[in-house]
Design a protein around this ligand. Sequence first.
Ligand code: ZN
Length: 160
Amino acid sequence: MKVEDKKVVKFHYVLKDEQQEELESTIGGEPVAYLHGFKNMLAGVEKGMEGRVAGEQFSITLSPEEGYGERVEGSVQRVPMKHLQGAKKWKPGMIAEVDTEQGRRQVTIVKVGKFMVTVDSNHPYAGRTLSFDVDVLDVRDATAEELAHGHAHGVGGHQH
Ligand code: ZN
């Protein structure tokens, strides 16, 4: 069965940056399951999955534009530590959530002071060329319930 709209695809992946440094991996953990054609994945990933079958292994490379966008300058700012949601103790490189006028945003901690923290509101992967090494485990028809919800259920998908 081929990957196309209304199929649920289950796969393992290793995400690397342009220096081949590993950023994320599902190997040894739970695979990811998603409903194809419902914008649950980055468009470039869905395009790379199109027509694939279980057992195929391949790599999908995304330019920054196809991934999380270019880095926006001027996105580094100082915010009061008490505005950060998440951990109790902050270190550079950690991801925090901040409530802004545009809603809740993810930021990366750059520098920690006594009361103020310097954060960068670019996505951590912004400006990077990403490559996904994909191992397709399973392709199946979506259930009527999954189509109604617009996402995959079960292992690797929504469990509710
Ligand atoms: Zn659901």
